[in-house]
Design a protein. Sequence first.
Length: 255
Amino acid sequence: MSIVEETRASIAGVAAHLARMGWSEANAGNISVLLPRGEGLSPGENPNSYHFTQPVRSLAGRSLMVTATGSRFRRMEADQETQIIPVTITEFGTAALWPSHLPAPTSEIGTHIQVLSLAPDNGWETASIVHTHSTGMLALSSSDIPDEMLREAVERAHPEITILMGKGLSFLDFSPPGTWDLGTRTMEEFKTNDAVIWRKHGILGFADNIEMACDYVEMIEKAAQILLLEKSAFGGFQGLKDRELDSLRESLGQD
């Protein structure tokens, strides 16, 4: 099996899992995987293109696989040949190209390109972004709770976040999806975080492999569900107490 086939299968598998969880209604969500350097793909003759607002030099000449605009996660395994798109970045990092017979990549392609551009500086040969509309975090992030308070509540809600997410997470206020500007602001957040929540929209996980990126989404959604249950049962968030969090961090060697 070629790396393109393996990547398609892994994207389709994660997409199907997210659909089973109920986190990808209709055509919601998108996934991308940056291929290792040297695994360049040819977009063929007269390819379609997406031109960047700013050059993305670190991905010049690189290739990635990304879900198509309008694709449905619940059908991704059956439709992976046409709904997971091979995309090639031009020689000078100014545009993305894909075969003319295939549909366009996700409308969030600008975010995927800019966030994946962090991979080389992270020392990663490959990288993945998983974005989905999970119910609990969509509800929780619709609150008026300030970002820092909400971030702390999420991190205290579930020990696995402290154990497995070394950088943690951040929130961005709601803004129209699919813009280059949203991608730029998301990229900036990912310089110091493992996951970003677009308020009233969804979660993005970013890691050097697709399974870990999906793990981040799952952990944050579990934390959101715990917080909502705590609020309903006890009238407020509970989570790890200071002494419990300090003990956990000490056991992990974290400051």
